[in-house]
Design a protein around this ligand. Sequence first.
Ligand SMILES: O=C(O)[C@H]1O[C@H](OP(=O)(O)OP(=O)(O)OC[C@H]2O[C@@H](n3ccc(=O)[nH]c3=O)[C@H](O)[C@@H]2O)[C@H](O)[C@@H](O)[C@@H]1O
Length: 348
Amino acid sequence: MATANGNGVTTKPPPSSSPLRYSKYCQSNLRILVTGGAGFIGSHLVDKLMENEKNEVIVVDNFFTGSKDNLRRWIGHPRFELIRHDVTETFLAEVDRIYHLACPASPIFYKHNPVKTIKTNVIGTLNMLGLAKRVGARILLTSTSEVYGDPLEHPQTEEYWGNVNPIGVRSCYDEGKRVAETLMFDYHRQHGIEIRIARIFNTYGPRMNIDDGRVVSNFIAQALRGEPLTVQLPGTQTRSFCYVSDMVDGLIRLMEGDNIGPINIGNPGEFTMIELAETVKELINPEVTVKRVENTPDDPRQRKPDITKAKTLLGWEPKVSLRQGLPLMEEDFRQRLGLSENKVEAKV
Ligand SMILES: O=C(O)[C@H]1O[C@H](OP(=O)(O)OP(=O)(O)OC[C@H]2O[C@@H](n3ccc(=O)[nH]c3=O)[C@H](O)[C@@H]2O)[C@H](O)[C@@H](O)[C@@H]1O
């Protein structure tokens, strides 16, 4: 909608993708809470937020899948605090922004204790919404492409309601995140809380747990150890892999833009698991073999984000291709596995 300024000149308000709005964030003083900030995506997000010298960052994490090592460079920094805390318990702090990431994301970990996973998604999100309401903070939920379940629409737009098994072994996560989204919208409608919802598609990069169990970390660790790459059957299932720096950029743009979402954040480059194995083999260790193994129940057969909304509303799209990102993750895995220097010098 156009408005008149003091000089009678008609101006348009900046759209959410406006560079104006994004640069305003870069100039403001914000105290920012990151739940799950010691985890894989969370710690990269903290790095980016800490780059802005006006930000103060508070991380809460229960260290179930996160690690202090991921935040080592910030421990003792005057603008940084790390608190061991489980979001299923209430938490109070005066903050302006809440990035709510806390939840195990690897199927192996979230299926290990499903009751705890759903409590984290439901009670944890309720607690963070309660905090947002009390202190007037804006809250961003990292939801997931898993809300689309085994999608019958391809690629997935945000309008698609999904195809989710409500009683399966993945439901603690999938349905947990769906309820978390519902809670976000109900608090927004009922209490006027400022919300943002990101639907994250498979993300990879340095600092993923080596034993995380997800496919990219499994294949890279297996290739480096000279073990067969375990392609789960049928191998033709697809995923779209987003490099972590792109993901973090998208999350900050969403938080600081005007659109509440949900917005898909992911890389639309789509690969079958056989293609992923072939790529890892070619880039990291051409000697390894590929082994077909049993799959787990309710594994989605295809997944690819439609990122039209992210492009138009946030001015965001991924920059790092799978072939650029895999060597960066390989380098990190080599160091952590104590393997010799790699010749790859890819930089982004
Ligand atoms: O990485 C993510 O972002 C997502 O990871 C999981 O979702 P999923 O797509 O099933 O992730 P993986 O466990 O990495 O599985 C991806 C595909 O790889 C296959 N896979 C996995 C592991 C393996 O060793 N080999 C293999 O072929 C699986 O069968 C599946 O089809 C979580 O459920 C999501 O919440 C999370 O957001």
